[in-house]
Design a protein around this ligand. Structure first.
Ligand SMILES: C[C@](O)(CO)[C@H](O)COP(=O)(O)OP(=O)(O)OC[C@H]1O[C@@H](n2ccc(N)nc2=O)[C@H](O)[C@@H]1O
Ligand SMILES: Nc1ncnc2c1ncn2[C@@H]1O[C@H](COP(=O)(O)OP(=O)(O)OP(=O)(O)O)[C@@H](O)[C@H]1O
Length: 289
């Protein structure tokens, strides 16, 4: 099936699905709403770097997740939260055992937790026969986090609102070096920072979709590199090879290259202390098959 979720039959009891990373190719903050959330404009693209989740339907009416994520209680695990959100919509009284192969760094701005949650919504919608439309799953997902809807929808997108008003976009699909500084950035801390600039004028959709993303920036970058020296150092190192930029509220940064070979060549020249990976930008999520 092209461009839609995996076709699973009623008798199928196990499915394995990817939860890809995302990049914010740019991130502009336009204002703050009365509830504290920020109005933003961003361009989302997926990476072919993914967590992997295996879902097995169980007879016992229980949600099990293994292995546990260090430092995250089961009730706070976004996978568990996603399953609990969907549970009232079940048409079958079955449980679920979820195995997580975690590859994406946490608190890295790659949206790993949100992506795990989105993949869980998509998988359980089928396995528990919840019969929710993609739009309904996106609305449910927004309760879990501003980044969940784009992962459920599975298309690169221009996003507005708090990140939930999505317009499909087709930016170039280059190869990226993604540097993963050894620190977790707390999204709430950055958004509540006194010196965060929140007054970037809103762009019209057309230039942002058609223009070169190099013309735009990430409004969180200055504050994050001030608070996290590892991020500053990584930005400086990667800037020697391309236009490096923060994704989300960090800590990860990225730079685009035309070919895998150019990305690999630049990566090999980075100081050994700089960790990261090379990944392809994708406008269609690997969650869609
Ligand atoms: C920065 C981005 O990654 C860009 O894609 C997202 O907007 C963040 O999405 P997320 O990690 O799913 O964030 P959430 O879990 O919804 O929010 C974490 C915290 O960030 C702040 N937050 C988040 C999104 C937003 N548009 N405005 C905010 O002020 C809020 O304080 C919130 O409590
Ligand atoms: N399944 C999960 N995977 C990762 N983090 C989780 C998960 N469940 C809960 N969390 C919590 O959510 C926090 C943010 O995780 P995530 O990996 O989505 O950060 P992020 O990449 O910075 O996301 P974003 O770009 O959406 O801000 C983690 O630090 C962790 O405490």
């Amino acid at each position: 099936m092209n461009g839609s979720y995996p076709d699973t039959t009623m008798t199928q009891t196990t499915i394995t699905l990817p939860a890809p990373a995302k990049l914010n190719l740019f991130l502009h903050i336009n204002g703050r709403r009365p509830d504290g959330y920020h109005e933003l404009q961003t361009l989302f693209q997926f990476l072919d770097r993914c967590d992997t989740l295996q879902f097995t339907v169980t007879e016992e009416d229980k949600i099990e997740i293994a292995p546990a994520i260090e430092g995250v209680d089961l009730q706070d695990n976004l996978i568990y939260k996603a399953a609990m959100l969907l549970k009232p919509h079940r048409k079958v009284t079955k449980g679920i055992r979820i195995t997580l192969d975690k590859v994406l760094p946490m608190g890295g701005g790659l949206g790993g937790g949100s992506s795990d949650a989105a993949t869980t919504l998509v998988a359980l919608n089928t396995l528990w026969q919840c019969q929710q439309s993609t739009a309904q799953l996106m609305r449910l997902g927004l309760v879990l986090g501003a980044d969940v809807p784009v992962f459920v929808n599975g298309q690169a997108a221009w996003a507005e609102g708090v990140g939930e008003i999505l317009t499909p976009a087709k930016p170039a699909e280059p190869w990226y070096i993604v540097v993963t500084p050894n620190c977790h950035v707390n999204t709430g801390e950055i958004f509540s920072h006194q010196r965060l600039t929140r007054d970037t004028p809103k762009l019209k959709i057309a230039p942002a979709l058609e223009g070169d993303v190099k013309n735009y920036r990430n409004d969180c970058e200055n504050i994050v590199s001030e608070l996290y020296p590892e991020v500053k150092q990584a930005l400086e190192a990667l800037n020697q090879f391309g236009n490096s930029r923060l994704t989300g509220t960090g800590a990860c940064i990225f730079a685009a290259f035309d070919t895998k070979e150019k990305a690999e060549s630049a990566f090999s020249k980075l100081p050994k202390s700089i960790k990261g990976f090379i990944s392809k930008g994708l406008n269609s999520s690997p969650l869609l098959c």
